[in-house]
Design a protein around this ligand. Sequence first.
Ligand SMILES: O=C(CO)[C@@H](O)[C@H](O)[C@H](O)[C@H](O)COP(=O)(O)O
Ligand SMILES: [Zn+2]
Length: 197
Amino acid sequence: MDLSNHLASHFEDNIVATRSSMEALAEPLSQAIELCFGCVTNNAKILACGNGGSAADAQHFIAELVGRFERDRLPLAGVALNTDTSIMTAVGNDYGFEQIFSRQVSALGQPSDVLVAISTSGNSANVMLAIEAAHEREMRVIALTGKGGGQIKDMLLDNDIHLCVPHDRTMRIQEVHILLLHILCDGIDILLLGDPA
Ligand SMILES: O=C(CO)[C@@H](O)[C@H](O)[C@H](O)[C@H](O)COP(=O)(O)O
Ligand SMILES: [Zn+2]
């Protein structure tokens, strides 16, 4: 294998994934920005969850809401459901790993809250049960997926938002997911603070 060609192919593939996502996802992404803005400016909160790299994305996103993104502003309400090891081990141990997020959604979720559910395959059982619990709480869902959306695609309701990266490799999908989450943060800040100087 020619290593430098192989390395270059990652950059090329990332560009393809990013460009096709820009074309496919611009509209649902604006809808997601409006939904998150409405949520955090109406005394509601954003709950986020995912596994592995997507857990990192969920907590990264929430840290930028509660802390800040690029500009100073008031803290925005959000909770990453994959960060509390006591809850995750207790619920995982006592009720099963599939319920580690859904139980928290049931405990914390209110009808105006939004669930950001992240799964590259769209098939992680614990993320799917979190979506089910959010619907039971009358929450709206923003799902970040890839690979055609998996089973999550069929679980979403009409007023949910699906950001499905048109790619089949987990790492590429994750790379676009973090881009989408950063754009969401930027969009929320623009609606809150106006255009950047
Ligand atoms: O970061 C990676 C791979 O890039 C892994 O940790 C990956 O997130 C894990 O295998 C997850 O369990 C995959 O779950 P999902 O994206 O299919 O819901
Ligand atoms: Zn990864």
